[in-house]
Design a binder for this molecule. Structure first.
Ligand SMILES: Nc1ncnc2c1ncn2[C@@H]1O[C@H](COP(=O)(O)OP(=O)(O)O)[C@@H](O)[C@H]1O
Ligand SMILES: [Mg+2]
Length: 368
């Protein structure tokens, strides 16, 4: 079995310790300080926060992922599922059923992990006031015991109808819950900043910003070497450096390449930089169909812009040079194309540059 994990949160032996960040975060949790952790996807935000809460003594975890949440009803449903995970005892579940009786709760078995879960009636969840009821149930618990509340991919709450109002309701409850640490995670920087730094937002100054940055290269290298050693592979430092440089130091993508290297090797192998090409072949074989599908959803012009960003980088995409390289006539067309690429999550803007989100996708496009 591969000792590498990617595309999910990691814990225990799959988690490379980040002592300085864990210590600072643990302090915030202890003092009940609200924090907003902002950074690109796959940089280890969720793993860091969940692992830190797990290690904190006497602190229970309430974690809800709002990724792609589409409505207030769905927000409520996800929060209720997380509430039922706070404890696994029968008495807890029956107590929750009583507390949420207005939302017509039912007890079911989670098809994924077989655990009993409380879910609420879809129509009741859509009623005005359902979010207040769910938050009441949560705050009743935070008043009783130490809980760290984690709202993941929090910026997606803004995408639901009346997201602004949902934020206002959340903020008004959280404001009264003074001793509980709330941690807001977000992968879309400008939207998270809009929630926490815009004076018109209900969450203005509602949390202090916390940057996870990169995992220190020496630490991550040592960690990955240890993982390779479990299968008697040797992983030279220059291979690590080459991989890290190719994927903008992103831990999730580094682990994905390591996993592919693992698949393409056997015990006793030395994994030199030349082997990275074989790892890429493994990744393209796994992902190629998704990449083709993503491209098929785009217009020819959008593909031209995406290809040009992949090949020559995404600085000054409205310049004459970029337009002629992409073979696009007007700045307005590039603007529209870029907006669509961002909406599709294929491209993001950071540090004055448009970047293709997935470096393997960018490489796949360059080779087409
Ligand atoms: N501390 C870590 N140790 C080892 N791998 C990590 C660590 N943090 C992140 N990763 C890698 O990144 C992937 C995504 O991590 P995750 O916490 O989900 O990131 P994010 O929440 O920022 O999207 C994980 O599956 C793992 O491959
Ligand atoms: Mg995450």
């Amino acid at each position: 079995m591969s000792p590498f994990k990617y595309g999910c949160t990691v814990s225990d032996e799959f988690f490379c310790p980040r002592p300085e960040l864990e210590r600072r975060l643990a302090e915030h949790i202890k003092s009940g300080q609200h924090v907003a952790v902002v950074g690109p996807r796959r940089t280890g935000k969720s793993s860091l926060v969940l692992e830190t809460v797990r290690k904190a003594k006497g602190v229970a975890l309430f974690h809800v992922d709002f990724l792609d949440v589409r409505s207030r009803a769905e927000m409520c449903k996800r929060m209720v599922t997380s509430l039922s995970r706070l404890e696994s005892s029968d008495s807890w579940l029956s107590k929750m059923m009583k507390t949420l009786v207005r939302l017509r709760p039912t007890l079911s078995i989670d098809p994924q992990d077989g655990s009993p879960t409380v879910s609420i009636d879809a129509r009741e969840a859509a009623e005005l006031g359902s979010l207040d009821s769910v938050l009441d149930a949560l705050v009743a618990q935070t008043a009783r015991r130490r809980i760290c509340v984690v709202f993941d991919e929090f910026q997606d709450v803004m995408d639901i109808d009346d997201g602004e109002n949902a934020l206002a309701v959340l903020r008004s409850r959280i404001q009264l819950d003074t001793n509980t640490p709330y941690i807001f995670l977000g992968s879309v920087r400008h939207r998270m900043l809009d929630i926490f730094l815009n004076s018109r937002s209900p969450f203005y100054h509602g949390a202090s910003l916390f940057d996870v940055g990169d995992i220190a290269a020496d630490d991550f290298y040592k960690f990955l070497c240890g993982r390779f050693t479990t299968g008697r592979r040797i992983f030279p430092r220059e291979s690590f450096d080459a991989i890290a440089a190719a994927v903008r130091n992103t831990p999730g993508y580094i682990q994905e390449v390591c996993d592919a290297l693992w698949q393409a090797s056997t015990e006793g192998d030395v994994l030199s930089p030349g082997d990275i090409e074989r790892a890429l072949a493994v990744i393209f074989a796994r992902e190629g169909e998704h990449f083709s599908f993503a491209v098929k959803q785009l217009t020819a012009l959008q593909v031209q812009v995406l290809t040009t960003i992949s090949v020559r980088g995404g600085r000054e995409v409205f310049s004459g040079d970029f337009l002629s390289a992409a073979n696009v006539k007007s700045v307005a067309s590039v603007k529209r194309a870029v907006t669509r690429l961002i909406d599709e999550g294929l491209v993001y803007f950071a540090d004055g540059e448009y970047k293709v989100d997935n470096p393997f996708f960018a490489e796949w496009i360059r080779r087409r």
